[in-house]
Design a protein around this ligand. Structure first.
Ligand code: C5P
Length: 241
């Protein structure tokens, strides 16, 4: 597994926009400042796979297709094969069902697609676990570690996890798995309380062992998105040095 050495290559920007015009204008604005653009459900459902080609025409950055897939093995394999045809680098799947994961990842890693398993959504807090019917006594952190170990055994390239769990996961899985961390809130970002629950700053996440940071609103909602991206890159670079 290659861990990116440059701050830029560790920054993934979430293109959470409702249409291609806004998404592509953001790609033009941030091109060169981020290593990867993430296409999530909002943009993909609105614009379809052609938006991926349009991003690739504007930028050499990697593409992360964040559809958080969850289905029977045959359907997952089909969906992932289709994703591989679009030349994306990362794609997300849910991590709950072991059998499904191991049956889908085997053949796909060879197609150049890096499968990331979502461990526990960063919007969930400890109180949500019981409501989800998850075994009593299991903490969010232990659940995330369990799922990460499992994702590694199933052959995934990485896991998406909160910065709060990154250090425990790194200890459990060692170096062979990308740790991709959303829920990033720099100290200077003045966002009102939103749906994210287990948040960390870029510095905390990188120091604890994150390989990639996924950032949406702190850049998108900044008065100057380029400046916000640069500040995050500075934080990443200092945390790495
Ligand atoms: O705006 P914000 O920085 O919270 O954006 C985080 C991005 O990361 C969103 O696009 C969200 O879908 C994604 N994400 C997440 N938590 C996960 C997996 C992905 O927030 N566990």
């Amino acid at each position: 597994m290659i861990v990116p050495s440059q701050a830029k290559d560790r920054l993934i920007f979430a293109l959470d926009f409702p249409d291609r015009e806004r998404a592509l204008s953001s790609v033009k604005q941030l091109n060169g400042l981020v290593g990867c653009f993430k296409v999530g459900l909002e943009l993909f459902i609105s614009e379809g796979p052609s938006v991926i080609d349009a991003i690739q025409e504007l930028s050499d950055a990697d593409i992360f297709l964040d559809l958080k897939l969850h289905d029977i093995p045959a359907t997952m394999r089909g969906a992932l094969r289709s994703a591989a045809r679009h030349g994306v680098r990362f794609v997300t799947v849910h991590c709950q069902e072991g059998e499904v994961l191991s049956k889908t990842t085997e053949e796909l890693s060879s197609a150049g697609l890096e499968i990331l398993a979502v461990s526990v959504l960063t919007s969930l807090s400890g109180n949500d676990l019981q409501a989800l019917g998850i075994q009593e006594g299991l903490t969010l952190s232990r659940l995330a570690v369990q799922r990460a170990v499992f994702a590694k055994e199933a052959g995934c390239a990485g896991v998406v996890c909160s910065g709060k769990e990154v250090s425990a996961i790194r200890q459990a899985v060692g170096d062979g798995l990308h740790l991709v961390v959303p829920g990033i809130r720099p100290e200077w970002s003045r966002l009102d309380k939103d749906d994210q629950s287990r948040i960390t700053t870029p510095t905390e996440a990188i120091r604890d062992g994150a390989d990639y940071l996924v950032v949406g609103r702190p850049i998108r909602k900044a008065t100057d998105p380029k400046e916000a991206a640069r500040k995050i890159l500075d934080e990443i670079a200092s945390a790495l040095s």
